[in-house]
Design a protein around this ligand. Structure first.
Ligand SMILES: Cc1ncc(COP(=O)(O)O)c(C=O)c1O
Length: 492
């Protein structure tokens, strides 16, 4: 026994943690150790569309959040494994900048990452280097930076296949490097005969549409380097086809265990020079990943690897949850002619040794042409659903699409499904019409209006006309009052 430590020094921490977990938020929220304290007690932080001191009130006319890809769907797994996944951080835990060998990376954690990949069979790590970053977001930039050609008169061209994860473009444009430039859709550059260096970002399964993608440029040219973003290559979201064995692969804890807030990702790298360059980038930008984070990740991976009843518990929970959500969504949308989602086929999964049904992280929803020239994002907004606008995934020609996140909480998914059912129900009852310069108050047969533009600066924002739309949606005659400045209205 080390006499420097008081006896039971963990006691207070245990009591604090248990007190917070005992606060009831009606199953629609959660109290946290670092949350706001009111009258000496941590308050409930409610899920979207729920309110009240204990989150028991469902808020009417609430906008459902299907925007961010925050994988809270895994929270029930961690609540079930609360005892085994808890970690206590002492005041003296690894205060130093470095581990005792001078590195910034926990060797034990690195071994656990290799073990996870060996168990799942989703990536080959033998003989490869592993580095840690503050989420995949950090590593993506580290990788682009490290693969680009320094000091060349022509910047390295960075491409991704449409529809692509918007952060690739946003990040590169934000950091404005002389060494590399984002130039858009990969297919546009397939036949470029020049010897300019390319970096191709390959996302598999793809965000937003869940397709398993392959590099397009690599086979054809020498001067192409590839970054494989495998954030979603886990049995929760896709059948595992074989261990990925690419030169540079990026994974993130957020999509694997659901801990987006821990900000932890890792890259698996074949080439030593690329590894060293990425390491320098990490040193220069953050000087490594917080030791508290590394400790927590280690604990989480220990739970994942040991499993409670079985070693595949998290993958079974992840797959079943995502598959069931997909089935429920496809069933509702099978009733629609105007709204459809991507086609994904069952495939054999080498991890589960089964034919696996689709279980993607996102629905890539399309509004049919028949609705006229509309922005699908606006249509869904009208029905109180916030998705992510298709145009962000590669240009305005994708504005017929919206990405709907399926990885959020059960509450978010249930509310999303309720709103989609309403949309489909309206579609089956009403009809769409296209007209212009119409006094809508003249029309008194039941119909549905999806998109109204009014004349104040030629556009009245949809959220301003919700009341009128609710009237239309219920199938009653439209009683739409044109504003003073409106001579025209356009319904599409
Ligand atoms: C394809 C893809 N790559 C990378 C990331 C970023 O992950 P992280 O949370 O680790 O920064 C995301 C997050 O949504 C993603 O969808």
């Amino acid at each position: 026994m080390n006499e420097n430590f008081e006896k039971n020094w963990t006691q207070n921490a245990v009591e604090e943690a248990e007190a917070v977990s005992s606060i009831s938020c009606s199953g629609h929220g959660r109290a946290f150790l670092d949350g706001l304290i009111v009258h000496g007690k941590a308050i409930c932080e409610c899920n979207t569309c729920y309110g009240g001191t204990n989150c028991s009130k469902l808020l009417p006319h609430c906008m459902v959040d299907a925007d961010s890809g925050d994988p809270i769907f895994l929270e029930p797994y961690w609540i079930k494994n609360a005892a085994r996944s808890a970690v206590l951080i002492s005041g003296w835990h690894r205060m130093s900048y470095e581990f005792s060998d001078g590195s910034l990376i926990s060797k034990v954690l690195k071994e656990h990452i290799r073990n996870v990949h060996a168990h799942v069979g989703n990536a080959q790590t033998d003989g490869k280097y592993i580095i840690f970053g503050v989420g995949a977001t950090h590593l993506l930039n580290a990788a682009v930076h490290s693969l680009s050609s320094y000091g060349s008169s022509t910047p390295t061209k960075v491409v991704a296949s449409k529809p692509y994860y918007p952060v690739y473009k946003e990040q590169i444009e934000f950091f404005k490097s002389d060494n590399y430039k984002f130039i858009g859709d990969t297919t546009m550059w397939k036949n470029d005969g020049s010897n300019v260096t390319y970096i191709e970002l390959v996302t598999s399964p793809n965000n937003p549409d869940g397709q398993l993608k392959k590099a397009i440029l690599q086979d054809q040219r020498q001067n192409v380097k590839t970054i494989h973003d495998l954030a979603y290559y886990w049995p929760h979201y896709t059948p595992i086809l074989q261990p990925a064995d690419e030169d540079l692969m990026i994974f993130t804890l957020s999509k694997f265990t659901g801990h987006g807030g821990s900000r932890f990702g890792w890259a698996i790298i074949k080439d030593e020079d690329v590894y060293k360059r990425m390491l320098t980038y990490i040193d220069m930008s953050t000087y490594g990943v917080s030791r508290e984070t590394q400790l927590r990740v280690l604990k989480l991976l220990k739970v994942v690897l040991s499993g409670n009843e079985n070693k595949n518990a998290i993958y079974e929970f992840g797959y079943n949850t995502m598959k069931n959500r997909w089935i429920r969504l496809t069933n509702v949308l099978s009733q629609s002619t105007y709204f459809s989602i991507q086609d994904l086929n069952p495939q054999y999964c080498s991890f589960s040794h089964q034919l696996r049904k689709p279980s993607p992280a996102f629905a890539w929803l399309k509004c049919d042409n028949v609705l006229g020239n509309i922005d699908c994002y606006d249509v869904l907004k009208t029905f109180n659903i916030t998705g992510r606008a298709g145009s962000l995934f590669g240009g305005t020609d994708l504005n017929r699409y919206v990405r709907l996140s399926l990885v959020r909480s059960e509450d978010d998914f249930d509310l999303l499904l309720t709103k989609i059912k309403k949309l489909v129900d309206v579609e089956s009852k009403g009809k769409f019409f296209t007209t212009s310069s119409t006094d809508l108050s003249q029309r008194n047969e039941p119909r549905m209006m999806l998109h109204v533009k009014c004349c104040e600066n030629n556009s009245l924002h949809l959220s301003n006309i919700n009341e009128e739309l609710i009237t239309c949606i219920t199938g009653y005659p439209i009683n739409f009052q044109l504003g003073d400045n409106c001579q025209n209205s356009l319904v599409s």
